[in-house]
Ligand binder design. Structure first.
Ligand code: AMP
Length: 328
């Protein structure tokens, strides 16, 4: 298979990770809270790969239930005692605070596999590749790098494909590289139905459809090209929707003409706002970091105590949009 692999530094880390996986009889894989397809795809795709290639090992997937993504996978949660002699691998999670399943620290050895900027170092081994479109791409890359040691299964290919499609927004985002497409092509050779999977991933429940209409109707855009919408608890309740379901509206405003960067501010039950920041150019992750968050240069999350803090975030986004415009 004449596929490019990423780089020598990564080669060494990948080999180290493979060797450590071989050493442990019990492996527990975590991912971030409020999982998206990449979190589940990388976590459960890796679990499937390990189970298929090392059937004697006990492999668990930890974290809260996968909710409306349960068509991808369900968790196989460990008991507390399972950590006593276990390797813990955390996928797709930039910082310790966001790890779902709070017993991760009980494991005996700890590996981080992630594609977010390295803000919070954790684990004895960190494999961080910010050039990867998704963490699922990294897991597939691990397979591609060691085809003699790891054989792919249809189920693992389905999960990893879903993760890549999810995190690239169907190959639209700029993290999509020629390597992403090569890896995806390899995964598509397995006999899952990518059409069925894409259809499942595209299904919108009626309350979300309503919220989409609301977002497009109420969204406002400043003269600097900064768009925003605030969704209060009362609106969520009226539409019968929960915060975790708002994922489906986050990319919508990117198609509105003139929008360079945008924020979706969703009020939480305690009154504070979860801020989901996105951009088509202006870098916004530094702004997110200044407001109890972080993430990628063009896709970040933060928290705002109140509307005043939202205003402060929007002002910074306006400055970012102006500097981006003048740097072109
Ligand atoms: P979201 O808006 O939740 O889909 O998150 C977009 C990106 O920002 C993801 O890559 C997250 O890992 C990151 N992110 C979201 N919330 C936080 C947070 N509170 N702290 C650090 N990173 C975050």
């Amino acid at each position: 298979m004449a596929l490019q692999t990423v780089n020598m530094k990564d080669m060494e880390t990948k080999l180290e990770i493979l060797n450590i996986i071989k050493e442990w009889d019990t492996i527990i894989i975590h991912r971030h809270e409020r999982p998206d397809p990449d979190a589940i795809g990388s976590q459960c795709g890796l679990a499937e790969l390990i189970k298929a290639n090392f059937p004697e090992k006990s492999v668990f997937t930890a974290g809260s239930s996968t909710g409306n993504l349960s068509f991808l996978a369900d968790m196989t949660p460990p008991d507390k005692e399972d950590y006593e002699n276990a390797l813990v691998i955390v996928t797709d999670t930039a910082n310790v605070k966001r790890i779902d399943g709070k017993d991760y620290h009980l494991g005996k050895q700890w590996i981080k596999i992630d594609h977010h900027p390295l803000d919070d170092s954790y684990g004895e081994i960190e494999w961080v590749n910010t050039e990867a479109s998704s963490c699922s791409e990294m897991i597939a890359d691990l397979w591609i790098t060691f085809p003699e040691e790891l054989s792919m299964t249809t189920e693992a290919a389905r999960l990893l494909y879903a993760g890549i499609v999810g995190d690239t927004n169907r190959f639209l985002y700029n993290g999509t590289s020629p390597y992403t497409m090569q890896i995806t092509a390899e995964l598509m050779k397995y006999s899952f139905s990518h059409t069925d999977l894409n259809n499942e991933m595209n299904v919108i429940k009626p309350p979300l459809a309503k919220l989409m209409g609301y977002v497009l109707d109420q969204f406002s855009v400043s003269e600097e090209g900064v768009g925003h919408i605030i969704i209060d608890q009362s609106t969520l309740k009226e539409m019968g929707i929960e915060d975790k379901d708002t994922n489906g509206v986050v990319s919508l405003p990117g198609s509105i003409e003139g929008v360079k960067t945008w924020g979706i501010f969703v009020q939480q039950t305690d009154g504070h706002y979860r801020c989901r920041l996105r951009s088509k150019g202006p870098v916004i992750n530094q702004i997110a970091k200044e407001h109890d968050g972080g993430g990628h240069p063009l896709a970040s999350g933060a928290n705002a105590a109140d509307k005043e803090e939202i205003e402060a975030i929007l002002n910074k986004m306006k400055q970012a949009a102006d500097s981006w415009e003048s740097s072109k």
